[in-house]
Design a protein. Structure first.
Length: 461
């Protein structure tokens, strides 16, 4: 059964049919297509193109088909070409010729764009929930480490002490922005293309705004040609999922480092780690690595779709059938990665002793010395130079900054009195950082409260 063929003699070549078929992946749009059919049937009835009895029969058949799709008693066959073809077959099986009335004023072009928008809006809500769960797990760990010192890094070199809670929260903020992006995306996704027909709208008295309302869209299309050719909602969504993939990858990379012998900051729960088939001692952070690895396919999906779209003349071109698999793959990938990451983070044990021991080493308090000199009136340029000389001395002596004798301090600069030792503790470095957004325990507590409130609001939205 095909939706076209009147003008053709003989059937399609096997090679064409095999290339053309999409039902093996677009079948997941079936229930959204049926929802669109219900709305379309009502509009045809309002337009006087179906009588009330016909409308009743069609709606009942659609309900029956919907249940059959849900329970798997109605399945597509490969001859169906796509989801729309399969569902028309299902309708004809139930209604005979009456089933053929539903296609009036409608094209697969406006249908497929509608189905995909509906599918994505639904799935974006589940995606948002999974993001919130990961953000929650990070935030709960952060709450335990508001004043746990850690060696903050740039270039993977010890830079300045930070609190580990601050560090964990630094992974929550990107996720909060992802949530915000998904909500903002929905504004543009919530536009119904149904009624655009193939490209020109319909000469039949349809009611696109009524259809849009029934399907939960914010409004209906403003331009029928744009309605069937626009895939911005796909590209934007794939950008958001690619960026989310990058965020998960950066977090994953840190977990890989933190669980290494060299760092030893974090111990994963057995349930969220894997072993080796040959090395009995191994405990690997495979979840974190898979999160890092899967960023590649999420980024790839965005590149696929942008490249597919870039040369397309308006309106619909068959190239656009390639829009769906990257979306489905992104949704499926994130539905696997996010809960695994959330479980791994929620159950990991943070080695406070190792973090605290690592925080002051590698001259991470050198900036404190320079800032102290500035407070004594030394220009920062000179303070930086003096501190650099002190670090050079320590490097030669193989000692830490606070281990230098009073005489040696004075030999570097007369400004370096023994008073400087007061700032040479991690505790003083952290508690000096009191301004909003900085790493001191005070501002981190404030940040934590704000993040918890934001997450609570996301759970309600
Ligand atoms: N399977 C097609 C797709 O996903 C449906 C639209 C087909 N439209 C057409 N004019 N051939 O894009």
């Amino acid at each position: 059964m095909k939706l076209w063929g009147g003008r053709f003699q003989g059937g399609p070549a096997e090679a064409l049919a095999r290339l053309s078929v999409s039902v093996h992946f677009d079948w997941r749009l079936a229930r959204y297509d049926i929802a669109g059919s219900r709305a379309h049937a009502r509009v045809l009835a309002s337009a006087g193109l179906l009588d009330p009895d016909e409308l009743g029969q069609i709606l009942a058949a659609l309900d029956d088909l919907d249940i059959a799709v849900e329970t798997g008693t109605f399945r597509p066959v490969i001859e169906d070409e796509d989801v729309h073809t399969a569902l028309e077959r299902g309708l004809l099986e139930r209604l005979g010729a009456l089933g053929g009335k539903l296609r009036a004023g409608r094209s697969r072009n406006d249908q497929v764009a509608t189905d995909l928008r509906l599918y994505m809006r639904d799935n974006a809500l589940q995606l948002r929930q999974a993001i919130v769960e990961l953000a929650d797990a990070l935030t709960e760990q952060a709450a335990l480490h508001v004043d746990t010192p850690a060696p903050g890094m740039t270039h993977v070199q010890h830079a300045q002490p930070v609190t580990f809670g601050h560090w964990l929260l630094a992974h929550v903020h990107p996720l909060l922005r992802d949530l915000d992006r998904l909500q903002d995306w929905d504004k543009r996704a919530a536009v119904s293309p149904l009624g655009a027909g193939a490209l020109a709208g319909s000469g039949l008295p349809l009611d696109p705004p009524a259809v849009a309302k029934e399907l939960g869209f914010r409004e209906s299309f403003a331009n029928s040609m744009d309605a069937v050719s626009d895939r911005d909602f796909v590209a934007e969504f794939l950008f958001i999922t690619a960026l989310l993939g990058v965020h998960l990858s950066r977090l994953g990379e840190e977990i890989v480092l933190w669980t290494s012998y060299e760092f030893g900051w974090v111990e994963l729960d057995d349930a969220f780690a894997t072993g080796s088939s040959i090395m009995p001692q191994k405990k690997n952070a495979d979840i974190a690595e898979l999160a890092r690895g899967k960023a590649g396919r999420l980024i790839g999906g965005l590149v696929n779709v942008l490249t597919m779209l870039k040369g397309l003349p308006l309106t619909y071109d068959r190239d656009m059938q390639e829009d769906k698999e990257p979306v489905f793959d992104a949704i499926d990938t994130l539905a696997l990665v996010l809960p695994a990451m959330a479980g791994m983070i929620a159950t990991m044990t943070v080695r406070v002793d190792r973090l605290a021991a690592s925080a002051p080493v590698g001259f991470s308090l050198a900036t404190e010395v320079a800032d102290w000199l500035v407070r004594q009136g030394v220009p920062f340029r000179d303070a930086h130079e003096i501190t650099g000389q002190l670090v050079a001395l320590c490097s030669v002596r193989e000692c830490e900054l606070h281990e230098v004798s009073d005489e040696d301090l004075l030999s570097v600069s007369p400004h370096l009195t023994s008073e400087v030792r007061n700032v040479l503790t991690v505790r003083s470095a952290l508690s000096a950082r009191t301004t909003p957004g900085s790493t001191g325990p005070g501002p981190v507590s404030d940040q934590l409260v704000s993040v918890q409130e934001q997450l609570k609001a996301w759970k309600k939205s």
